[in-house]
Write a protein that binds this ligand. Sequence first.
Ligand code: UDP
Length: 319
Amino acid sequence: MQTLVTGGAGFIGSHLVDVLISRGQRVMVVDDLSSGSLANISQHLGGGNLDFVEADICSELPLAGPFDVIFNLASSASPRYFVERPLETLMVGSIGVRNVIELAVQTNARLIQASTSEVYGEPEQHPQTESYWGNVNPIGPRSVYDESKRYAEAMIAAYVRLGRLDAGIVRIFNTYGPRLAASDGRVVSNFIDQSLRGLPLSIHGDGRQTRSFCYVDDLVRALLIFARRRERLGPVNLGNPQELTILELARAVTELTGAEDAIVHHPLPQDDPTQRRPDISRARELLGWEPEVSLRDGLSRTIEWFRSELDASRRQATE
Ligand code: UDP
């Protein structure tokens, strides 16, 4: 049996692939490499357990299977990307998800769909439980991501209600770790990259907005547990409930890199949520899961990876 990971060359996907392959499983990755990179999975290419298919999930997916589980992680999750490529973002969350659902139906696979904390929009309930329906601006610049993910949830729930699909929905909160692309525009990757290059950290707005950051290994562990909970739709919040302001995050990063505490303020993007923290009671109950990696440890591991990438690119530049 094979496991299919769409978006498997991306940040979260490639960490999931690492664990699946370390458990001796056969994995197929489908990725169009629009935001992922082959470098993230190169250690497995040619190893016999990984099949790589370069394809966009919005195109036809003539994959035979059989698959026991399909993880649908294909989508950019960076606000920079979905503002630059709004139509692609909408398509991947609608047509793309429909294609993956049909593939799961045909191959009798359980589908794990990556949804997002963005379904809660600018939350009026704090922390956010899964029973909260959210507060999303349907026509704002972020809506292409938020609404397509909401649509994907609706489509999956409908297939499940009709008895045609076994699926689970995970609402993933901010996640960080090695292989976040430096160019991604996310706050953790920006801060670490800037700090290592001796640049001031770019704070959007006054920096008092909050987020809750989960280390990628913790997240992957939860995805794998949920994959085994057949017939459970969720949705399940996955994230680390430790909440901090963006200013506090900046301080944590500079403390660990040893860089100066310099910051520069940029305008707050439109519809940027002011607060976000998952209530993970459901994940605790259903999956027996909670995050284990502290912010300090997770940031240290991430900084180490960014440092070695930066060193490698500097070496290459001088060769
Ligand atoms: N942010 C920031 N500086 C950056 C990048 C992001 O202050 O260089 C802010 C962003 O405006 C948001 C928070 O950090 O308030 C998290 O942004 P990110 O893009 O990582 O994820 P989001 O939670 O918005 O999807």
